[in-house]
Design a protein around this ligand. Structure first.
Ligand code: FES
Ligand SMILES: [Fe+2]
Length: 442
């Protein structure tokens, strides 16, 4: 059977059953290429936040599907996404991750481009003869066809057609609204110094793990034990440093994880409830810094809306296929697939502009404790993803079970399904969406 025929919709459909998934979807390089084509080149993919490009010429290098791109603010203040590729001979143009330019200059033959991508100058122009047209779009850096921003979060799609961003996000506009509305000025700023970690495993492992509430007690056992040891107690206390409280919270029993709950939507988006329900990391904290912050928020939003914003207990909001938002601690995580067995995780946090500086310190503390390369939490998870990849790439076990909590979902509005926290509902939700993208006729 040749490759083209083998990877047809019928074949792909057979890889995901209601209660199990075939290991091929994590280890087969051809399936990974199909994912790049049918998911990451079709869906709206998060590129960056507008606060990263506050002025004309500010740019950030990023990725969409298998392409390098540049998010840039042009001279008309418009946010653009350009391919990081010279139209002359194909060299990449930008090497720095971020910066500010008057023009982009190719390192090969020095063609230069305005921040909107149009051609500005060519050395030895006379060599091209009098008919050479500088305005010809073939000589401009390529613009990504669709770029939209929601509350400052910039997404792009390589597909010329498709749903607009708000329709695509559907119920997941809520966490983006919530994280933004937590700012007393209504403005967020991405803190410089995003962490980038890579692991030797498939990109889906990270998304599937984020709302898997049975894993923490085992995978993060050493961190839980260490936290209990340094504080001398397993109880969560206001006296513990915040990271200790966070790590202890991972050790709650399954009955409490069940109460946290998990949720999934037909678009593949998922979220879980909050498990930080005690101590100074809970939404009911009442310390002086938080009271000052709350007063500032009330000035802008009023009492009722402030209570509504601060009481939203949604954690690890997963926007399919690769974005995770934690509004309560202003965290963002983006999963960038590189190859079938290599993935980069970018993690950062936002400053709530106008809030007391201590609020920013809490966010940075959270980022360091949970998402940094030195974190006791993310290092555990990445180690497990490496192990899963190593295990799945060899023959032996072909079908991976997905049945935990199956048949117990409660159906709500907008197709939202809710289940006990220990259910694998989020995993099944993501794989259903995976199947829809992978079998769609584009
Ligand atoms: S490849 Fe860019 S100027 Fe020649
Ligand atoms: Fe984990």
């Amino acid at each position: 059977m040749d490759t083209v025929n083998k990877y047809n919709s019928k074949f792909i459909r057979q890889l995901v059953k209601e209660n199990a998934v075939h290991r091929d979807i994590y280890v087969d390089p051809t399936i990974f290429q199909l994912e790049i084509e049918k998911i990451f080149s079709q869906a709206w993919i998060y590129i960056g936040h507008e606060s990263q490009i506050p002025e004309t010429g500010c740019y950030v290098r990023s990725r969409i599907a298998d392409r390098e791109i540049i998010l840039v603010r042009d001279t008309e203040e418009k946010v653009r996404v350009l391919l990081n590729k010279c139209p002359h001979r194909g060299s990449s143009i930008c090497r720095s991750r971020t910066g500010q330019v008057k023009m982009f200059r190719c390192p090969y033959h020095n063609w230069s481009f305005r921040p909107n991508g149009t051609l500005l100058n060519i050395p030895h122009l006379e060599g091209y003869g009098p008919k050479f047209d500088m305005e010809n779009s073939a000589y401009a850096m390529t613009s990504i066809p669709r770029v939209e921003s929601y509350r400052g979060f910039v997404f792009a799609s390589l597909a010329a057609d498709g749903p607009d961003l708000v329709d695509y996000l559907g119920p997941m506009t809520l966490p983006l609204d919530n994280i933004t509305d937590r700012s007393p000025s209504g403005l967020l700023k991405l803190v410089k110094g995003t962490f980038r970690q890579s692991y030797r495993g498939n990109w889906k492992f990270h998304m599937e793990n984020a709302n898997d509430l049975v894993h923490p007690v085992r995978v993060h056992e050493s961190a839980i034990d260490a936290a209990r040891l340094v504080s001398g107690s397993s109880q969560i206390s206001d006296q513990d440093p915040a990271p200790v409280q966070m790590m202890k919270s991972n050790g709650i029993p399954f009955s409490r994880w069940d109460d946290v709950g998990v949720h999934g939507f037909p678009q593949g988006h998922c979220y879980m409830g909050s498990f930080y329900t005690e101590g100074t990391i809970s939404s009911s904290r009442e310390d002086p810094v938080f009271r000052t912050y709350k007063d500032l928020l009330v000035n802008r939003l009023g009492h009722e809306r402030t209570e509504e914003v601060l009481s939203m207990e949604r954690y690890n909001n997963l926007i399919y296929p690769n974005l995770s938002i934690n509004a309560s601690f202003q965290q963002i995580r983006v999963i960038r697939p590189v190859t079938v067995d290599r993935t980069i995780v970018e993690s950062g946090c936002f400053e709530l502009i106008g809030a007391p500086k201590e609020m920013l310190h809490t966010s940075i503390q959270f980022l360091s404790a949970v998402n940094s390369p030195a974190s006791l939490i993310s290092s555990d998870d990445l180690e497990i993803f490496d192990r899963c990849q190593a295990g799945l790439k060899v023959d032996g076990i072909d079908w991976l079970d997905l049945s935990r909590g199956m048949g117990q979902d409660i159906l709500g509005e907008n197709g939202e399904k809710t289940a006990k926290g220990t259910s694998e509902l989020p995993l099944r939700t993501q794989l259903n969406s995976w199947l829809s993208y992978m079998t769609a006729e584009n």
